[in-house]
Design a binder for this molecule. Structure first.
Ligand SMILES: NC(=O)C1=CN([C@@H]2O[C@H](COP(=O)(O)OP(=O)(O)OC[C@H]3O[C@@H](n4cnc5c(N)ncnc54)[C@H](O)[C@@H]3O)[C@@H](O)[C@H]2O)C=CC1
Ligand SMILES: Nc1nc(O)c(N)c(N[C@@H]2O[C@H](COP(=O)(O)O)[C@@H](O)[C@H]2O)n1
Length: 242
């Protein structure tokens, strides 16, 4: 399905929150946290359920953001629930400008073969993924690039991962789309996050929904809002802890 036109004032609102050429010289990628939530801070109606929250015009904004980033990162929960495309359908040479999918799948639960990502890659409409794993896989899937990350008690260091994505794969900007486990962790790593762009849909999803709520208070600064037909978009920076 084709996208709606990008609302005319979106580029101007988003511009201070997008990666710049200067970021090329830093030792970590520019990282944008971005997702769509209901008024009650749910990103899905229940665990494992793909849920439409955004209006079509803010969906176009998501593809505009994809156009401006080198990589797009999601957790296993998201790929298993949504079977997402993660490609870019907005802009000139959009498929070539699609971000590189990065899947956090430490225990290798997800299969590229047969997925929507696979189909898009075979049709030259999206890139092949990097799968982040805890151990070198015994059976490697064709066209998948693996990044093995050291873990302690099943956890890894986000700074180390981002640095490896920049150094090993030349990804200078990464948008993180979800899901809740990934977002809740990264909201508390303010030193790693450059921008936060949240779409708020005019709906409640209820208390069975998958919630974005970090384990502690997170302060925002340089806040700006865009208002659309049914959604609002909040752009901000995370206040750095002293
Ligand atoms: N509305 C929106 O914008 C979005 C909604 N979603 C929704 O979110 C739901 C999925 O969210 P979640 O279940 O929270 O899954 P998730 O996508 O955050 O993945 C969580 C899993 O990723 C792995 N993982 C992530 N960080 C890790 C770490 N630091 N160490 C070890 N393993 C780690 C673990 O296996 C963990 O269980 C789906 O229903 C999906 O539809 C997902 C993305 C965006
Ligand atoms: N912007 C936005 N609005 C919603 O309502 C959503 N549910 C999501 N979900 C994210 O988009 C991914 C699906 O991408 P494709 O359209 O398949 O390329 C999904 O996995 C979530 O990351 N986003």
């Amino acid at each position: 399905m084709s996208l709606l036109e990008l609302p005319i004032n979106i580029p101007e609102i988003l511009s201070p929150y997008l990666p710049l050429k200067d970021d090329l010289v830093k030792d970590k990628p520019f990282v944008t946290l971005t997702y769509a939530q209901s008024i009650d801070a749910r990103i899905a109606a229940q665990k494992g359920e793909r849920t439409v929250i955004s209006h079509e015009e803010t969906k176009t904004m998501t593809h505009y953001l994809r156009y401006h980033h080198d990589g797009i990162l999601v957790g296993t929960g998201t790929v298993l629930a949504d079977d997402p495309g993660l490609n870019c359908k907005w802009g000139k040479n959009c498929f070539e400008n699609s971000p590189k999918p990065i899947i956090i799948d430490l225990k290798q639960k997800w299969k590229f073969t047969g997925s929507k990502l696979h189909q898009l890659y075979l049709n030259n409409q999206g890139k092949n993924p990097i799968v982040v794993v805890a151990n070198e896989p015994i059976n490697k899937e064709e066209h998948v690039e693996y990044l093995t990350i050291p873990t302690t008690n099943g956890k890894f260091d986000w700074g180390l991962l981002l640095n490896a994505l920049k150094t090993n794969f030349n990804l200078n900007s990464i948008m993180v789309e979800g899901g809740a486990v990934v977002i809740n962790q990264l909201l508390t790593e303010s030193h790693l996050i450059n921008s936060l762009i949240v779409t708020i849909g005019s709906t409640y999803l209820g208390n069975l929904g998958v919630q974005v709520s970090p384990p502690r208070k997170v302060l925002l600064e340089n806040v700006n809002w865009w208002r659309g037909t049914t959604d609002a978009v909040m752009c901000a920076n995370l206040k750095q802890l002293k």
